[in-house]
Unconditional design. Structure first.
Lengths: 154, 162, 351
């Protein structure tokens, strides 16, 4: 029996979840940075030209060469740009309004991306100084830095 | 010098909506009525079940609906012995490609009511449906395929047999 | 270099959410349309390559199902990139340089409506330092927008003007999703989405598909009255770490433009894949475009943004205008990655 299709009811749909439980091996450079976070230290890595990259990468993005020594950088730094999130998404690091920022820590030549718990958008400005807020229990991952906060009081 | 970390856990969970599309929706709705409905290519005339909406050989939309038999032939099968995360049936169990009479492609499903060691290529099987109150537009509306007891069908190349 | 031209382009009308058809069903008429327009019988097309992202559908190897639309029997030469179809077109152009095949079908598809596109795109980021924070594309673009606004005395008004112009141009594009006339002051009165970006500064979420047929040399001349010749094509990528890049300029676009030869002639139209308003302004600078060039007559990515398709569509829209005799020389651009990380530039000319 065959029939041509005529009018048709709406297409069926169903919810579908994709879940991965990856454990990623981080390698010696990222691994060293994460190890230092447990001890409340932030490390950068030096390139042949003397630039300090934070967070550290295995290679110099300008030349492709392997990076060299680790160097400890400051726990505070300067906001080079920022954006205000008034309605955080479910996976964001903070569940109250916050700022994303690129932060160039003292001693670093590149900026780290993280959240700033400024409380109000009016407290954010390019060039302001922010300081790391550590997570109480640290596991050796980026969330060991809970977020940053303005260095100056309101 | 700090100890180094070797690995980080990065759990990922993403939520999606799956849209069955025209062809698969029609196929699933027909299952809820205990009907197996494929689609025929206007050029090569092959009947695809389950249908995808297009003939993979000719690249043309398949719109002509063709109802096929709930009986068919096992063209190949495997016996699952390994346990794995998310498994819903206790191993060992048999999954098979079943070429239903009237279709040119195979449906992948379970074979039960027969010891795993007796399943073979060419075995004739038929669909076992869920009871009326459990019918829905889902591939699980067929619980499994079981042997019909008919003599084995010959398995040939390019859709001969079955 | 072997001469290669675009000889056909087709696209599906772009919508917020295609609830009735799956990706294969959307793609079938688009591929058929492009092949028919090309004048090359499907069986004679030498190479097929597609661009899409399995994570949009949430199904591994989802791209394989799209092969049903091309009828891959007898077996065909085929490839795929998990990227915007513009990069699939680049691969097709490279493939045609070998000289053993004379034509290629390039197609792209994607339904951004199926999942949470912000979460999906966060997965393309550095898995150790960035992805665990799940920064969404609007947040990342906002970081770039502020840096750009503060770098050179640019204004949010300039950004709103890009949005208004794009959506007004889209009124002439029957396939665009967002079209209409918008008052700049009304737009600027809207609240921020993620400051300094407002909703109009951001692309829509879209479902769609597109296809292009390429042909080499004499075949192109035989089947197409006015082929859109690819006179230059190049793509470059910047460092992955956002904090190691200058987000206010697009150095990769500038380099790709130089290698593709953008500056060697006047540019009548430019189709730029700028999902965010400030990015169009950054790209204009990187490409060296002056006020004489008409930008995004199709409406661009602000009017329709099917992920994985929007870049290929820029090449198709630019090529179509050359094929129609409306433009003599055009630039098409496509982007991939956060904040214009990777950019492809294509120069198209009439004979």
């Amino acid at each position: 029996m065959s029939q041509q299709l005529s009018s048709q009811p709406p297409a069926l749909s169903a919810p579908h979840e994709l879940e991965y439980t990856y454990t990623r091996s981080v390698g010696p450079v990222t691994g060293r940075f994460f190890g230092a976070l447990i001890e409340q230290k932030i490390l950068g890595v030096r390139t042949r030209s003397g630039r300090v990259l934070v967070p550290p990468t295995e290679y110099d993005p300008d030349t492709g060469e392997a990076t060299g020594d680790f160097v400890e950088v400051g726990q505070a730094g300067v906001v080079t740009t920022w954006a205000w999130v008034s309605e955080p998404l479910r996976q964001h690091p903070l569940q109250r309004p916050f700022a994303w920022a690129l932060i160039r820590l003292d001693g670093a030549d590149t900026a780290l991306l993280h959240a700033v718990d400024a409380g109000d958008e009016s407290r954010m400005a390019t060039g302001m100084r922010v300081r790391v807020r550590w997570r109480d229990e640290r596991a050796g991952e980026i969330h060991d830095i809970a977020c940053f906060e303005p260095e100056a009081s309101p | 010098m700090s100890e180094r970390v070797y690995g980080i856990k990065t759990p990922i969970r993403l939520e999606y909506t799956y849209i069955a599309g025209r062809a698969r929706s029609a196929f699933l709705r027909a299952l809820a009525e205990r009907r197996l409905v494929g689609e025929r290519c206007p050029q090569c005339r092959r009947v695809y079940l389950p249908p995808t909406g297009a003939c993979p050989t000719c690249g043309l939309p398949t719109e002509e609906r063709v109802e096929v038999s709930p009986k068919g032939t096992v063209t190949t099968f495997c016996v699952v012995n390994l346990p794995f995360y998310g498994q819903r049936i206790q191993p060992p169990y048999v999954c098979a490609s079943v070429k239903l009479d009237g279709a040119d492609t195979t449906l992948f499903h379970l074979i039960q009511d027969v010891p795993a060691g007796e399943v073979r290529m060419g075995m004739r099987v038929e669909a076992v449906w869920r009871p009326d109150e459990e019918m829905e537009a889902s591939a699980e509306t067929i619980r499994y395929f079981r042997p019909t007891g008919e003599p084995d069908a010959p398995i040939g190349l390019d859709g001969e047999g079955g | 270099m072997r001469e290669v031209a675009v000889v056909a382009f087709a696209q599906a009308p772009i919508v917020r959410r295609e609830t009735e058809r799956n990706e294969v069903e959307i793609l079938l008429p688009v591929v058929r349309d492009a092949v028919e327009r090309s004048g090359i019988p499907k069986s004679e097309i030498g190479f097929t390559v597609s661009g899409s992202c399995d994570y949009l559908a949430g199904q591994p190897f989802a791209f394989v199902m799209a092969l049903d639309t091309i009828g891959a029997w007898p077996p065909v030469r085929e490839s795929h990139v998990e990227m915007d179809g513009a990069w699939a077109l680049y691969e097709a152009w490279v493939r045609l340089q070998h000289g053993d095949v004379d034509s290629a079908l390039v197609y792209a598809f994607g339904k951004s409506s199926l999942g949470d596109v912000g979460e999906v795109l966060a997965l393309q980021l550095d898995p150790y330092y960035l992805a665990p924070l799940w920064p969404d594309p609007v947040s990342l673009a906002a970081l770039q927008a502020r840096a750009w606004l503060e770098a050179d005395g640019h204004s949010e008004r300039e950004m709103a003007q890009v949005a208004a112009r794009s959506r007004a141009s889209a009124r002439n594009n029957p396939n665009a999703q967002l079209a209409g006339d918008f008052d700049i002051d009304d737009l600027l009165a809207e609240p921020y989405l993620v400051s300094p970006l407002r909703r109009h500064d951001c692309p829509p979420i879209s479902d769609g598909a597109a296809a292009v047929v390429l042909a080499a040399g004499d075949l192109a001349r035989r089947v197409c009255q006015q082929p859109a010749w690819i006179r230059g094509i190049d793509h470059r990528i910047e460092a992955q770490a956002l904090g190691a890049r200058d987000l206010t300029v697009s150095s990769s676009t500038a380099l790709a433009a130089e290698k593709a030869g953008v500056a060697s002639g006047p540019v009548d139209i430019a189709e730029l894949h700028a999902p965010f308003t400030h990015q169009e302004l950054i790209l204009r600078g990187a490409l060296g475009l002056d006020g004489e060039t008409q930008v995004n007559p199709s409406g661009g990515a602000l009017a329709a943004h099917p992920l994985m398709v929007a870049g290929l569509t820029r090449i198709g829209e630019a090529a179509q205008r050359i094929m129609d005799g409306v433009a003599g020389r055009a630039v098409a651009h496509a982007t991939s990655g956060p904040c214009l990380q990777q950019n492809l530039v294509c120069v198209l000319e009439a004979e």
